[in-house]
Write a protein that binds this ligand. Structure first.
Ligand code: GDP
Ligand code: MG
Length: 172
């Protein structure tokens, strides 16, 4: 059974922990301690095949730390999280994406999925779909609009990433 390290990155408060805990335990936690950084493990079956994921929910993304560099070196796949209710958090995704390519090497094909969270907060929404679509197609990365609270499209993120990681790392 394949095993992959997944790193969840993004600005503070965008919903990284909510997304991770929804995937791992199928719960929504309203006030998760923002300083907690934890690694979780879960098996996932995609296309009839089971893989084991180690998912690292990072914290303290106010500035890029040397620990981020360590995580990125070790990570096989990345979920870049921003909040649909906060335009500036999308800029952080671009920054993180660049850091990943800097650390992994620009010509490497790194499995990455972009997740826009808080889709349920329709009245607070700041980022329209076509803005994300334009950026994601420029970056050539898949993106999903999700809600950890409502459990919308959380599995889609992980299924997509597992498919990318299998393709990238199977024949090693
Ligand atoms: P992190 O700092 O990126 O780990 O963010 P958290 O997961 O701790 O979430 C920050 C805040 O956003 C918390 O108050 C969460 O309850 C809230 N939140 C996270 N995801 C969602 C979501 O999908 N919908 C709604 N309505 N709130 C969310
Ligand atoms: Mg958190």
């Amino acid at each position: 059974m394949g095993q992959f390290n997944v790193v969840v990155l993004g600005a503070g408060g965008v919903g990284k922990s909510a997304l991770t805990v929804r995937f791992i335990r199928d719960e929504f936690i309203e006030n998760y301690d923002p300083t907690i950084e934890e690694e979780y493990r879960r098996a996932i079956t995609v296309d009839g095949e089971t893989s084991s994921l180690e998912v690292l929910d990072t914290s303290g993304a106010e500035q890029f730390t040397s620990m981020h560099e360590v995580y990125i070196k070790a990570g096989k796949g990345f979920i870049l999280v921003f909040s649909l209710t906060q335009e500036t958090s999308l800029k952080e995704v671009d920054y993180l994406r660049k850091q990943i390519f800097r650390i992994k090497g620009n010509d490497s094909r790194v499995p990455i999925v972009i997740a826009g969270t808080k889709l349920d907060l329709v009245n607070e929404r700041e980022v329209p779909t076509n803005t994300i679509q334009t950026l994601a197609s420029r970056w050539q990365l898949p993106f999903y609009e999700t809600s950890a609270k409502r459990n919308w499209h959380i599995d889609d993120i992980f299924n997509d990433l597992v498919r990318q990681m299998r393709k990238q790392y199977r024949q090693q």
